[in-house]
Structure formats: C-alpha cells, structure tokens
Write a protein that binds this ligand. Structure first.
Ligand code: ARG
Length: 462
C-alpha cells in the first residue's frame, strides 16, 4: 500500500518494521481531534490562497462526512494505515478525489500530531475531573453520615489523637481537590497551538496563526517552531497530575484496606465490592482497593518512562515522541477506572460507630491530659513529663485514663480536679482543637459545607 512518504523509496517497506512503527492501532483515539484540526487547517490555508475556495469547500465537506461516519461506526476508523493522519487523508481522497491531496499543503505531521494530542487532552481532562468530583461527593456523603462519631487518627500507624470520622474523609477530599487543580494545570499546558511550526522551521504561508488558535480554542501560539515540534511538556504535566492522583487514591485505598480489616473494623466493605477466597471460606477481601494501590505503580511507571524517553532527544521532532500516546491513554484509562472503582467502594462503606468510638478512647487522650495541666499553669514540658509517667504506670497495669478515680488523678498532680473526668473524653478532645483546619466539629462542618459548595459551583461552571 502507498503511504504518506512512499515516493521517496523504490521498493516496499519491510512489513515487520513498518508494523513496528505504526501508531494507528492506538492513535485512532485521536480520530475526532485529527479531523477537527484538519477542518481548521483547510480554512487557514485557503484564507491565504494556498488552495482555492472550491477545493477548500470540498475538503471541509469530505472531512465532515468522514467525521460522521467515524462517529456512527467506530469500526470505520480502521485500516492498514501508518497512523490516524494517514487514515483520514486516505479516506478523504477516496471520498473527494484529487482535491483531498491538497489538505496537507504547508503542514507537517510533526505539528499535526501535537495539535491532535493537545485537543484530545483538552476535551478529555474535564471528564477525569468529573470523576474526581464524583469521588469527592461520595466522600462528602460519608462525612455527613458520620455525624459526630470520633475515631482514632494515626501517626506512624499508632493511635495518636481522636478526630471526627468526617475529618478523616475530608482529609482525602483535600488531596483530591488538589488533583483536580493539577489537572487544570495539565489542561493549561496543553492549551497552546503548535500549527504554523511546519516540520521544524515554520510554514511558508503567512497563516493567521492567532485566528487558527482561536478557531481551535487555544489561548496561545507556540513561540518557536523547533521547540514546538518536540515539545511534549503537556504530556509530562498530565502524567504528573495522573501520578499524583494515583498516589492519593492509593493512600485512600491503603487506609481503607486497614480500616476495613478485622483488627480495626471501623468500616465494613459492601459485599458487592468484596471478593472471597477459593480456599478459605471466611475471607472477605478488598481486591478493588488493592488493585487501585497496585495500579498507582503502573501510572507512576508511565510518567517515569515518559521522562526517560524525553531526556536524551535532540532538537526537533523525533519518532521517540510517538511513545507519548500510549502513556497518555493508559494513564487516562487507569486513573478514570480507579476513580470510579474508589467511588463505588466508598459509597458502599458502612461505619461501625461503636467500634470507631471505642478506639478513639484510651491512652491517645494523653495530649489532652497534658493540655489540662497546661491550662492550669504548668509549663508544657513538665506536664508532658507527668503524663508520660502516668502512661507508663497505666500501660504496666493494663489500664487507661478512664479508669482513674478522682483521688488517683490527684495523686499525680494537685492540679487535677474532679472536672478532669469530663475533660478527658474523645468528644472533649475533638472539641478542644480550635484552628480552622482542625477536627473541631464546627470547623469540620464548615469544611464540609465548603466541599458541597465547590461541588455545585463546579457543576454549574461546566
Ligand atoms: N505517529 C507519529 C507520532 O505519533 C506522527 C508523526 C509522524 N511524524 C514523522 N515525521 N514521522 O509521533
């Protein structure tokens, strides 16, 4: 079969090597973007007289018909072509004849593939952000359901201080909202028109590149044609945003693997997302959470692999850049799939209030005991000393603060008055935190309201 460059060679390309270099099996995902880019391109070159108006009209009509066919039947976007650009051009010539051969006037695939992938990401990133928002909504629902139930917060995976269960959920929301913003940054990085750069030196027609950018919805134009033909920073930025999203999803998954396990059991996994064991009849495994955690490695690998591909490239387009697409598509699908699995798992979790409350009590109230003494005038370091000694004794006796009588409290320090009994509870501990980012119930309620507002504004904004 003839391809876009066969004129240069007397014989046929080696079949296996040609197959090795083909990108059509995966870049067909850029079909719509390629046609959109070409529709704008044909307008731009006809505006400067590089092709005549009749040909331009025939090309535009042909492209629109191809777009229709491709949308109607995905199987239409198929063939032995080298890449999606060759496919669209072949279909165009098949449909409108000679005029189709004028579409590529003044253009290089080097800039075309870059514009296609930029258009693709600009239209697909909002869908990923929508999936982030759906997970945020599920987390916010869990936060609302939890009410004022406390649970332990951990540092070093040791019980540290009581927090509201809602505060735990909103911690993951905070990270996901950053992911949403990083995806905005990635869309911004893609938002620059490379057309007009030609193969590497620029285009020989005085195109109105600003108008072309506006026509395709880009807010800026590449500054330098050499840079433009090899610039894939937007791919790196996107993969970085995807990697961070997976890191956050993986950490959420890990928290939930732990907290739904038998030893913790603060939450119960819904049966319909759990899996059993072929051998051990009692098992209820959190497979989707483990898979999310596992797939984080895959996306991080795509990101690291892509940076390695980029680092040694000489200036201008190099075929290595073709590796960008599989990295982008795989990261996109993996993040999208992980977000929606996480949403389903989170939505189905049932909180065991009694259990969470029970484990929010005990020696993890030690900070509050020390602060009780500080409030009564003792320097913090001394208070820490006294409470440390209390903890040592309580641990040795297998007891905790809740079992101490007023007399026993007073024996540790005369500053302990009978009101200490009511002051040292998970509820009091949570209320004692004061800052806006703390687990104070009013602060958590206002954080939750802020998340709800963000979700509605976001929906309104799109
Ligand atoms: N399939 C190629 C890619 O993905 C398109 C650009 C080809 N350009 C070239 N000079 N061979 O990068």
């Amino acid at each position: 079969m003839a391809n876009l460059w066969s004129g240069r060679f007397a014989g046929e390309p080696d079949r296996e090597v040609f197959e090795f270099g083909r990108s059509f099996p995966f870049d067909r995902r850029l079909f719509e973007d390629d046609v959109r880019g070409s529709l704008a391109w044909v307008e731009a070159i006809s505006a400067v007289g590089a092709i005549d108006a009749a040909d331009a009209r025939a090309i535009a009509d042909g492209l629109l018909a191809i777009l229709r066919d491709g949308r109607q039947d995905p199987a239409y976007v198929d063939g032995p072509d080298e890449d999606v650009h060759a496919f669209v051009e072949r279909k165009l010539v098949e449909r409108i004849g000679e005029a189709g051969k004028r579409l590529h006037t003044g253009r290089s695939r080097n800039e075309q593939v870059s514009v296609d992938l930029r258009l693709y990401l600009k239209r697909r990133i909002p869908a990923l952000q929508g999936a982030v928002a759906e997970l945020v909504a599920a987390l916010a629902d869990q936060a609302a359901l939890a009410g004022d139930t406390p649970m332990p917060a951990y540092t070093h995976l040791r019980r540290a201080q009581p927090v509201l269960v809602a505060h735990f959920w909103l911690a993951h929301v905070a990270a996901l909202r950053r992911d949403y913003a990083y995806l905005d940054v990635a869309a911004g990085a893609a938002d620059c028109l490379p057309l007009g750069s030609g193969a590497v030196a620029g285009t020989s027609y005085l195109l109105d590149v600003q108008a072309l950018a506006a026509r395709l919805g880009f807010s800026s134009v590449a500054a330098n044609s050499i840079d433009a033909s090899s610039d894939r920073d937007f791919v790196s930025v996107f993969l970085h945003a995807c990697s961070l999203a997976m890191v956050h999803l993986s950490r959420l998954a890990e928290d939930l693997v732990i907290f739904t396990g038998e030893e913790f059991r603060f939450f119960e996994l819904s049966d319909d997302v759990a899996t059993g064991s072929s051998l051990m009849p009692q098992k209820k495994n959190p497979d989707p959470l483990e898979l999310i955690r596992g797939k984080a490695g895959r996306v991080i690998g795509r990101h690291a692999g892509w940076l390695a591909t980029m680092k040694g490239l000489p200036g201008g387009y190099n075929k290595d850049l073709q590796e960008d697409k599989e990295a982008v598509f795989d990261a996109e699908s993996t993040v999208g799939g992980s977000l929606s699995a996480a949403r389903t798992v989170v939505a189905g979790l049932a909180l065991d209030q009694a259990r969470a409350r029970q484990w929010a009590s005990g020696l993890l109230l030690a900070t509050d005991v020390a602060e009780y003494l500080v409030a009564r005038g003792l320097p913090f370091r001394q208070a820490h000393e006294i409470v440390g000694a209390m903890v040592r004794m309580l641990v040795a006796d297998g007891r905790d603060f809740g079992s101490l009588s007023v007399e026993e409290w007073a024996a540790f320090s005369p500053l302990f008055q009978p009101d200490v009994i009511a002051a040292i509870t998970p509820g009091a501990a949570v209320a004692a935190r004061r800052t806006p980012q703390s687990t104070n119930p009013a602060a958590v309620a206002s954080a939750l309201a802020d998340v709800r507002l963000w979700l509605t504004v976001r929906e309104g904004g799109r």
